[in-house]
Write a protein that binds this ligand. Structure first.
Ligand SMILES: Cc1ncc(COP(=O)(O)O)c(C=O)c1O
Length: 429
């Protein structure tokens, strides 16, 4: 039986509401073996049937249309059930089931994540989110007064603030790159960063997919910038929070030394799950933020001394990877782009519409940020929710004044038709 079909059988079982009430003693038994049900017809689904089936795997509100999947994603029922099942096991005898039994899954999970990322498992640390991963790197590197950090004005606030703290405390110099978004010229993107890099640059900090607008810096441009940084002896940190499991790539293709992402965004893993990648030969030089007995050691596990936390949510990450793989990275990326194109095509020629995002495939995927002449982003957001119960998020930052619209794999075309109708009501008075 193909692993995809096997997975689908399990998911369909969960989606059908037949929640498995296995006990901790069946930890090593696959759900398939407990409930051998044949769902082979799923393999014969056409595209529409397949995406309709994906929708049934989620438990999202049927009344509110959630188009803010960029903030955080809901989890498929299969992931929720795995999480809850593990949580219940932990409550039977926490120190035994959490630390001795469930934690047996840590190394298999590390290998599974590494396979997805295209890295060595010894380069992957499992943690709670992108903020934790990237702060660990930002605060863990030795830097001296006057060292320069090249970073973007549109990087995520938590990490901009971390760098600003180091600037205050350690007197490093921050050099801010401005991107004139939407931007669809590889050389312009490259030049914006290249012109800020000097002999004093120690770190180039890049965001692969910018959260405010959905702007993608193409993987090959990321690599070009990384190559330039390496040439002058600098290192590269990448924020992959929004591109991971959204667009298809492997971490080494970015050419970076350090990388962090959340898994509760596009991987649809439990809330509060993330990973950090550090190139093998760089692990030693990053001090652990939450120290273990070898804070300057070269074992990636030194970053996992996080104290007591939910092992149930960590271990349910594996279930989210299974779900993602059942769809497939390429198919998911294409679907997400299709959903964005579906609604943007219907409104892009209306009067007073402005997109802060590129709409081309190479530079964008699921996310688009739309503005309406004469309205603030917050006014558009409020009107869409009041009139159509369409939930988006207003972005009023730097030159951007619109709403960010982010569908996900469970989003239906009918949901997007509501969005389009809502926008038309605001534009055509
Ligand atoms: C680009 C980017 N980086 C980092 C983060 C932080 O993610 P988290 O809150 O999961 O740490 C976000 C959150 O939206 C983001 O968009």
């Amino acid at each position: 039986m193909s692993s995809r079909r096997k997975f689908i059988q399990q998911s369909a079982l969960f989606a059908s509401g037949a929640l498995i009430t296995a006990t901790a003693s069946s930890w090593s038994t696959s759900i398939d073996e407990v409930f051998p049900i044949d769902y082979s017809s799923i393999d014969n689904m056409n595209d529409d049937e397949f995406w309709a089936w994906v929708r049934t795997c989620f438990t999202t509100s049927s009344n509110i249309i959630n188009l803010n999947n960029g903030g955080v994603s809901p989890q498929p029922k299969q992931v929720q059930d795995t999480h809850i099942k593990y949580y219940e096991w932990c409550n039977e005898a926490p120190t035994y089931y959490m630390w001795r039994s469930l934690d047996e899954g840590r190394e298999p999970l590390r290998r599974k994540l590494a396979k997805f990322c295209g890295t060595d498992p010894e380069e992957i640390s499992i943690n709670r989110n992108a903020t934790e991963a990237l702060n660990t790197i930002i605060f863990g590197l030795d830097l001296n007064e006057g060292d320069e950090i090249v970073m973007g004005k549109y990087d995520y606030p938590n990490m901009r603030n971390a760098w600003k703290q180091r600037e205050k405390r350690d007197k490093i110099q921050l050099k801010w790159v401005e991107l004139n978004m939407p931007i669809t010229n590889d050389d312009s993107i490259y030049q914006s960063y290249a012109s800020a890099i000097t002999a004093k640059t120690k770190i180039v900090y890049l965001t692969h997919l910018i959260n405010w607008t959905g702007q993608i810096i193409p993987t090959e441009v990321m690599k070009r910038i990384a190559d330039l940084a390496h040439k002058i002896g600098a290192e590269v940190i990448v924020d992959g929070a929004h591109s991971f499991a959204h667009t298809e790539y492997l971490i080494p293709e970015l050419g970076c030394d350090y990388y962090g992402t959340s898994l509760h965004k596009w991987m649809c893993a439990p809330f509060g799950s993330g990973l950090m990648y550090i190139k093998k030969d760089k692990i030693k030089k990053v001090w652990a933020l939450l120290s273990n007995d070898q804070p300057d050691g070269d074992n990636i596990r030194k970053f996992e001394t996080l104290g007591t936390r939910s092992f149930a949510s960590e271990m349910a990450i594996g279930s989210a990877i299974d779900f993602h793989n059942a769809i497939g990275s390429e198919r998911k990326e294409n679907r997400l782009f299709f959903l964005k194109k579906y609604w943007t095509d219907k409104v892009k020629n209306l009067p007073g519409i402005e997109f802060y995002s590129p709409l081309e495939k190479k530079y964008s995927c699921a996310i688009a940020n739309i503005g309406i002449e004469g309205m603030k982003g917050s006014e558009i957001e409020a009107a869409l929710f009041k009139n159509r119960k369409v939930h988006t998020v207003a972005i009023e930052y730097e030159n951007v004044n619109g709403i960010r619209v982010t569908p996900n794999v469970y989003t239906s075309l009918e949901d997007l038709d509501e969005l389009v109708a809502g926008i038309k009501e605001l534009v055509i008075k």
